[in-house]
Every structure is written in structure tokens, then in C-alpha cells.
Ligand binder design. Sequence first.
Ligand SMILES: [Zn+2]
Length: 116
Amino acid sequence: MGFTGFLLWIFLCVIVAVIAKNRGRSSFPAFLISFAFSPLVGLIVVLVSSKNQARLDNRAVRAGKAKRCPRCAELVKPKALVCKHCGNNLPGEVKAVNLKPISNGRVYEADDFHKQ
Ligand SMILES: [Zn+2]
């Protein structure tokens, strides 16, 4: 195995490590197995092991790609106002009503809007 073959070997090991990471598994052990035995063996080990869904979910929440429903603990889209799993109303962004202060410092009351 020449130097080019060695680089190809390392490259394939890195690919297996990335696949492991994308499945919520640790990338370094996958790299070591691939390096010691063969990238093909590493790939088989990674694909046979189940996805670590809990880790993938936590990663999505940390990245802001999802939020967790406080009632059923399922993941929903960050901008969702209703949980698609249980129908729970989710705390979301409430657009502030544009209340302008008037001269004496008090703000418009709800009735003021109907008068305009
Ligand atoms: Zn829910």
C-alpha cells in the first residue's frame, strides 16, 4: 500500500466517522474500527448499530432546528404554535401590539382602538 493508498484509507475512515456522527453515534470509535480493520468493516458496524435518536434530537434542539413540546416531550418545528403530536398550545412569539404612549403617559386601552 503506497502513500496514496494510505491517504485513501484515512479518507474512507473519516467518511465512516462522519456517517457515525450523522447517526448520533461517536465518530472516534468508528474511525478507530475503520482504521484498524477496514473502512468497510467500520461502515458495516456503523450501519448495523441503531441510530441514537435521543442524541440526534438533543442536537436538533441545541441547533435551534426544533423545540420540545413541554406536554408530550416530542420535537416540533421552532415556529410551531401548536404541537402536531398532542395538540398542545406552545409558547411562541407573540407579536407586540403597537401601543403608542399618549401625552399623559398612559397607553391606549383596548376601547381606544374601536373608537378610531
Ligand atoms: Zn405535544
